[in-house]
Design a protein around this ligand. Structure first.
Ligand code: SF4
Length: 359
């Protein structure tokens, strides 16, 4: 059997850097394969950091990129053929055997009432139970088709191409970016190694205290034939990770020193401070996202899409866009908490890290 390949996914963040350092300590260097899934949405500082990290550790970091040209070609023909994509239903009251409306009930079996105003008098009436009737398929309008087909071409940027294919940006509820741009690409790389006869251990920089989803993460897990996951940091804290990386004299992504809690992508889940910091230090990234919002809006049926909080289910997409487009979000981020004002009085680089990186 061929020797094990230890695949370490490096993201530019502290946890994956610590994981790579541990791998270099514990297994022969020639068996380590470091990979980075390039989403196309990273602040360039992260790419430079990865170059520095590879040089510092003497490790080649393989850059992997998703390609959605085939999906975009299929979507072009799908739109051009005017394929119907969604069904909308009318809702009608449910009637009993005598033809009377059936009341709607709550989870405890109590009849629901609502307040209505009739002839100026407020009164309570029973809420009828409703059911779906007569589905109507929603289709692309000719105008929306023309608009979408004019811009729907692969750009070579994985994040943008993914959004063009989906006709929207990812959101917290539909975080398909992680799966499509990172997980699937890393798994395909590992399966390729397995097909070539190498058993694979996938080193993952996951900590249980990162999120409720990860609180039961196992240190070692068999996830497929000749494929294991190893998570050496499961019981570490964020501070322990940072301390470990620094104790090895290894650089950390400079974005931490600039107050970002998440590094790598300009993330759809970034917090207020992270967004304000990005806008202040890297305004060109905000310009880029503004351009992307326009492009992705062109390929969406309704003509609008926003990078952040796209899951808003209000009907009026224009109003949503006005509230949530990236410029509006930046104004919100720098608005009432004074984050930007504070930085206006400081000279760069400023350490705003909660990990004490400038100590
Ligand atoms: S969740 Fe954030 S960091 Fe992860 S791929 Fe999506 S945008 Fe990038």
């Amino acid at each position: 059997m061929k020797p094990i390949r230890h695949v370490v996914s490096v993201s530019g963040g502290k946890d994956s850097t610590a994981t790579l350092l541990l791998a270099l300590e514990r297994v022969p260097r020639e068996q380590i394969v470091a990979i980075f899934c390039d989403t196309g949405n990273e602040i360039p500082v992260t790419h430079r950091y990865l170059d520095d990290l590879g040089r510092h550790l003497g490790v080649r970091i393989h850059r992997l990129k998703a390609d959605f040209s085939a999906e975009i070609a299929a979507k072009r023909s799908f739109i051009a053929r005017d394929q119907r994509t969604k069904r909308e239903y009318q809702r009608v009251p449910v009637l009993d055997v005598y033809g009377n409306p059936v009341p709607s009930k709550d989870s405890q079996g109590r009849i629901r009432y609502r307040t209505v105003v009739r002839k100026g008098i407020e009164q309570q009436e029973i809420v009828p139970k409703m059911q779906k009737a007569q589905g109507k398929k929603v289709r692309w309008s000719s105008k929306a088709k023309r608009r979408a087909l004019a811009v729907l071409h692969p750009t070579g940027n994985p994040f943008l191409d993914l959004c063009l294919w989906k006709g929207r940006f990812p959101s917290r509820m539909a975080q398909f970016c992680t799966e499509e741009l990172k997980r699937n690409i890393a798994v395909a790389f590992q399966l390729d190694l397995i097909d070539r006869g190498f058993p694979v251990v996938s080193w993952q920089g996951i900590r249980r205290d990162e999120s409720p989803n990860r609180r039961n993460a196992k240190r070692m897990e068999r996830i497929g034939p000749r494929l294991w996951a190893f998570r050496p940091l499961v019981d570490w804290t964020a501070q322990q990770t940072v301390d470990f990386v620094r104790s090895q004299d290894c650089p950390l992504n400079p974005l931490y020193s600039q107050g970002q809690s998440r590094v790598g992508c300009v993330c759809i889940n970034t917090n207020k401070q992270g967004l304000a910091q990005t806008a202040y230090r890297y305004p060109e990234e905000i310009d880029r996202i503004e351009d992307w919002e326009w492009l992705v809006g062109q390929v969406s049926k309704r003509g609008f899409s926003t990078f952040m909080c796209d899951a808003d289910d209000r009907k009026d997409r224009r109003a949503i866009f006005a509230d949530l487009n990236i410029r509006a979000r930046v104004e919100w981020a720098k608005g009432d908490n004074g984050t930007m004002d504070l930085f206006d009085h400081l000279e760069l680089p400023t350490c705003a890290s909660s990990f004490g990186l400038c100590e």
